[in-house]
Ligand binder design. Structure first.
Ligand code: PGA
Length: 244
């Protein structure tokens, strides 16, 4: 049986004092329930702080990106091995903000997923369509193209992925896909993953998930939890989502 996973994506937010408060509240507030897992993906400079604060808890941590390159002359990049040394379990790859603002292509995202896997990290591979693509009825074509690039690159490691469906029009907008809209895309992703021998991959939904809409989303057959942006910066809201 697949468990449930709720991951906080802090994005480029935080500060040492605020992080200490938030991480402390998460540790105090999180009771592990059977099959439930939570994690926070923090900016690189805070990985050491997250690892120190969370090491004795059941909360996992991770990075929001990873270089596709092996260590070497890549100024500003952070390798998967470096991230792994901080005890990270996860690395988000292909978040739509990386694709949109930093020009990450499907090929780059796939290479990042492969680099993360090679370092023993679990990539949280993001896929999702823009509003224009949805209106052009291209949702399935877009998310399949994004997923297939990753599957072609990771091969038999597909079962080690986590995949997040995040419609770009729902991220940070307060507009969320309806549970049925999200489920329809998740079912398609699940079918493709099953074909790749990875039917049990955790499929997260992301995009304006809040405590008051999480329940209906997570009740869907192929939605195994969430990737939470804005709402992961408040412990009460994030914990409420995780307990859903
Ligand atoms: P949001 O972000 O929850 O703030 O919409 C989700 C994400 O980008 O992962």
């Amino acid at each position: 049986m697949r468990g449930k996973l709720v991951v906080g994506n802090w994005k480029m937010n935080g500060g040492r004092a605020a992080n200490a408060t938030l991480l402390g509240e998460l540790v105090a507030g999180w009771q592990t329930m059977a099959g439930r897992q939570i994690a926070v993906c923090v900016p690189y400079p805070y990985l050491a702080q997250a690892s120190a604060a969370l090491a004795s808890s059941r909360i996992a941590w991770g990075a929001q990106d990873v270089s596709e390159h092996a260590p070497g002359a890549y100024t500003g990049e952070v390798s998967a091995g470096m991230i792994a040394e901080f005890g990270c379990r996860y690395a988000i790859v292909g978040h739509s903000e990386r694709r949109q603002y930093f020009g990450e292509t499907d090929a780059v995202v796939a290479a990042k997923a492969r680099a993360a896997l090679a370092a023993g990290l679990t990539p949280i591979a993001c896929v999702g369509e823009t509003l224009a693509e949805r209106e052009a009825r291209a949702t399935v074509a877009v998310v399949m193209r994004q997923l297939d690039a990753i599957l072609a690159t990771v091969g038999t490691d597909a079962a080690k992925l986590v995949v997040a469906y995040e419609p770009v029009w729902a991220i940070g907008t307060g507009r969320t896909a309806s549970p049925e809209e999200a489920q329809a895309v998740h079912a398609t992703l699940r079918a493709r993953l099953a074909n790749a021998g990875a039917a049990d991959v955790l499929l997260l939904y992301g995009g304006s998930v809040k405590a008051d809409n999480a329940k209906a989303l997570f009740a869907m057959a192929d939605i195994d939890g969430g990737l939470i942006g804005g709402a992961s910066l408040k412990s009460t809201e994030f914990l409420a989502i995780a307990r859903t």
